[in-house]
Write a protein that binds this ligand. Structure first.
Ligand SMILES: Cc1cc2nc3c(=O)[nH]c(=O)nc-3n(C[C@H](O)[C@H](O)[C@H](O)COP(=O)(O)OP(=O)(O)OC[C@H]3O[C@@H](n4cnc5c(N)ncnc54)[C@H](O)[C@@H]3O)c2cc1C
Length: 375
């Protein structure tokens, strides 16, 4: 055997899995087609949102609380600041499903929050123009993560604790057998006891029985210049998500001291294969986000100064895949986080290590079981 465990893809989730495995003393090798911290797949573009009152459903809250603790542990171990909890606003209609999920998350788990009406919003956060019938939910445990540095920090921490990394070429296939898994690369084949699949947008390639349910999608992020940049610094401008009518956008305070990220909370379309990502963005594709900025964020100039394309794998129900690869008992799958997995990466790293060492975890992952798609 070359190692106990192979982690295939050292991106957002794989880097955290490698770190947690190394922390538990498991001999692991991480395989990464680029190098940890790259911005060619799902993690990149300077920032990701962290939030705790979850619009995707209260079932995620225990994972989010554990993720937050582990982000702080990674900061301590790496000496780097990775998560700034400057608060977050969820803006929308009180009766919408997203707002109901956020309110239910807060009530069920006693999360610190405030509900603000249009008048209170105008007084506290005049950067937002509220529409009739909208309210805002302020999540105190929300903020900004730094994706590239977080992945790098976890990969470095894992290496310091003894994990090995193979970078610069792809895993071309895996072959589970009764006592282990063969991991093929263009250079050589490695044999390990178990494998953790964290290939992000390429998840479908390694899980052919789930391929119908997993689609890589292109996502575009845009940064807009602020007229008064001080009003958009983290202490005055919480992260926000706005789900209201046909508006689905999110925003992050200025990190570069000049521009504010405001981007669509939806994808720009399906990719037949993650290798097909065209990072070019035709100007016509930006009409609706530019219009939303002009209408809802009057302190920003509605023409972006920076545009970047990324991708993530999506499932048909919008929830990730976490658990055994169907029909295989020594390969664990963690992927297809459907545009909202980064904040949970540290918790999923722990889940991966729990599954490898124990075959189970105490964290609630039942709703993410890949077997839900197998008829
Ligand atoms: C534009 C955008 C904005 C987002 N905003 C948020 C947000 O605000 N908050 C949030 O929580 N989430 C957000 N997400 C979602 C989140 O970023 C993703 O769900 C998460 O990063 C997915 O992590 P992953 O590990 O599955 O994929 P990745 O981070 O892409 O990691 C997969 C890794 O596997 C490697 N790999 C793939 N195939 C192979 C192979 N054959 N051999 C070797 N290596 C391989 C890749 O190079 C890559 O490094 C956003 C996503 C995008 C694209």
């Amino acid at each position: 055997m070359d190692a106990q465990v192979a982690v295939i893809g050292v991106g957002s989730i794989g880097s955290m899995a490698l770190w947690q495995l190394a922390r538990q003393g498991v001999d692991a090798i991480g395989f990464e087609r680029y190098a940890p911290g790259h911005d060619q797949a799902a993690a990149g573009g300077e920032s990701r949102i962290f939030r705790t009152a979850y619009l995707e459903g209260p079932g995620y809250v225990p994972l989010l609380l554990r993720a937050r603790e582990l982000w702080r542990e990674l900061e301590e171990e790496s000496g780097q600041s990775l998560l700034t909890l400057n608060g977050g606003l969820m803006i929308g209609h009180a009766e919408s499903e997203s707002m109901r999920n956020v309110l239910e998350s807060a009530a069920r788990f006693d999360l610190p929050h405030q509900v603000l009406d249009a008048e209170q919003m105008a007084a506290r956060y005049p950067q937002h123009r509220m529409l009739p019938g909208e309210i805002a939910f302020f999540d105190e445990w929300a903020g900004v993560l730094r994706p590239e540095f977080a992945v790098l920090a976890a990969a470095r921490a894992a290496r310091t604790r003894g994990a090995r990394l193979v970078t610069g070429h792809s895993v071309t296939g895996i072959e589970p057998f009764s006592d282990g898994v063969r991991v093929h690369t263009a250079v050589r084949t490695y044999t390990v006891e178990q494998a953790v699949l964290t290939a992000g947008p390429w998840t479908g390639r390694f899980a052919p029985e789930l391929a119908d349910q997993v689609t890589p999608k292109k996502l575009v992020m845009t940064w807009y210049p602020a007229l008064d940049v001080d009003a958009y610094r983290p202490d005055r401008f919480p992260i926000f998500i706005r789900e209201s009518g046909d508006v689905h956008i999110f925003g992050i305070p200025t990190l570069d001291g000049g521009s504010v990220k405001v981007a669509p909370h939806a994808s720009y379309g399906d990719l037949a294969d993650a290798d097909d990502l065209d990072r070019n963005v035709p100007p016509g594709d930006l009409k609706s986000i530019n219009r939303a900025v002009a209408e809802l964020l009057p302190g920003l100039l509605p023409t972006p100064v920076r545009i970047s394309s990324y991708m993530d794998a999506y499932t048909s129900d919008g929830h990730g895949l976490v658990g055994a690869l169907p029909g295989v008992d020594n390969v664990w799958l963690l992927g297809a986080f459907s545009g909202h997995g980064f904040k949970l990466a540290t918790a999923f790293g722990q889940v991966a290590a729990d599954l490898v060492t124990d075959g189970k975890t105490n964290l609630p992952i039942e709703q993410l079981d890949p077997a839900r798609f197998i008829g």
